[in-house]
Ligand binder design. Structure first.
Ligand SMILES: Cc1cc2nc3c(=O)[nH]c(=O)nc-3n(C[C@H](O)[C@H](O)[C@H](O)COP(=O)(O)OP(=O)(O)OC[C@H]3O[C@@H](n4cnc5c(N)ncnc54)[C@H](O)[C@@H]3O)c2cc1C
Length: 337
């Protein structure tokens, strides 16, 4: 087992922040993970997947476990569905493409989300009307301190909007090592009502879409809207869309009659955080090497060599301004490290 010291994490996080890991180990199989945990579990540890949902505001004074466990296999199937098991270090989008090539449906709307499959349950990744929980079968995770393996079913994970038990009660306690999804083999239920998918399919002149067509439409829409982390450092949506009470919403609508919104329930309304940030005047604002993206106000960006702590200070300024102008609290979706 090779533990390296003072390793730059710049190429391992999509924000491209040049923070260092005090200690770093590349974990390529389960045996190695268990071996490391046996000797290091009582010391500070930090799990790194694809690095696409974190803002590093300082060096990491811990042993960074870079999870690169690989492997995809169908472990159960009928004529209608297949349960696919993928190891935590598989890249999410490559996994989606593998499923599409094998005519397995259910995650085509989640195409092009960066990061690894082992991290997907942590915030119940979602896009274009689909969330991981819709196809999630179970996952296996190792308890860091006891090294016992536990299986978590869909219900055990307590999934919610960008939430799960791994971000709440069990935060920092488990390392997810594999994820199993139940995907359709035929009669795929396409989800094309959301956002611009329908109009993108129309412009592609596709009237009877397949799961590959839906994926293509999603990829086109995402590429036109979101900055590619390979070109501009970012972590996708920096904030969650706030859910407010109907009473609060009515007050907001009085002052801002055109506020976009989605009804969550009889008493709750979701307001797009991007609209709040744009209306507060932050869209496209640049402060030296960092700022708010000019096409998508929800995305904070690192143009070159920004410091994580400066981007975090901008995030806090945005939160304070939104709170002052609209009396709404917006929470970060990105993990602040
Ligand atoms: C351009 C862009 C677009 C995005 N679009 C979306 C989107 O549409 N929808 C969406 O939901 N998200 C989106 N994201 C966010 C991100 O892709 C997801 O949250 C993804 O699941 C993060 O995976 P990761 O492996 O990169 O996680 P990391 O950033 O490596 O880790 C995130 C957190 O999970 C912990 N962790 C990592 N792996 C494990 C593990 N195996 N076990 C336990 N803890 C672990 C880490 O310690 C950290 O706290 C986007 C990000 C970018 C950059």
């Amino acid at each position: 087992m090779t533990i390296q010291e003072n390793v730059s994490l710049k190429t391992f996080n999509t924000f491209g922040i040049d923070a260092k890991a005090n200690k770093y180990v590349n974990i390529q199989n389960l045996g190695k993970l268990k071996e490391v945990l046996k000797t290091e579990a009582s010391k500070p540890l930090f799990v790194l997947g694809g690095g696409s949902n974190m803002l590093l505001t300082k060096d990491i004074e811990a042993l960074v476990l870079h999870l690169n466990l690989k492997g995809i296999a169908i472990i159960e199937e009928t004529e209608d569905y297949a349960v696919v098991n993928a190891q935590a270090g598989e890249n999410w989008h490559e996994f989606v493409l593998w499923c599409l090539d094998n005519n397995l449906g259910g995650i085509e709307n989640l195409s092009l989300i960066p990061g690894n499959i082992g991290t997907a349950p942590i915030q119940n990744i979602g896009a274009y009307g689909v969330e991981l929980k819709d196809v999630f079968h179970s996952c296996e995770a190792i308890h860091i301190l006891t090294q016992q393996t536990k299986t978590f079913t869909n219900q055990d994970c307590k999934f919610d909007y960008r939430e799960s038990i791994f971000k709440q009660d069990l935060k920092g306690q488990y390392i997810i090592t594999n994820v199993k999804l139940k995907l359709s083999k035929r009669n795929h239920k396409l989800n094309i009502a959301y956002g611009a998918i329908k109009s993108e399919l129309e412009s592609l002149k596709i009237s009877n879409p397949t799961i590959k067509d839906v994926s293509k439409a999603v990829i086109n829409i995402r590429q036109s809207k979101l900055p590619d982390p390979k070109e501009i450092g970012n972590s996708g949506s920096f904030f969650k869309n706030p859910v407010i009470s109907l009473t609060e919403f009515k007050k907001l609508q009085k002052d801002f009659p055109n506020v976009p919104h989605y009804v969550v329930s009889d008493s709750e309304i979701k307001v797009p955080a991007g609209w709040l940030i744009e209306t507060a005047g932050f869209k496209g604002k640049r402060f030296g090497d960092y700022g708010v993206h000019n096409k998508q106000a929800l995305v904070l960006v690192n143009y070159k060599n920004a410091l994580g702590k400066d981007i975090y200070a901008l995030a806090q300024l945005i939160q304070q301004t939104v709170s002052r102008l609209f009396n709404i609290k917006i929470e970060t979706e990105v993990n602040i490290i």
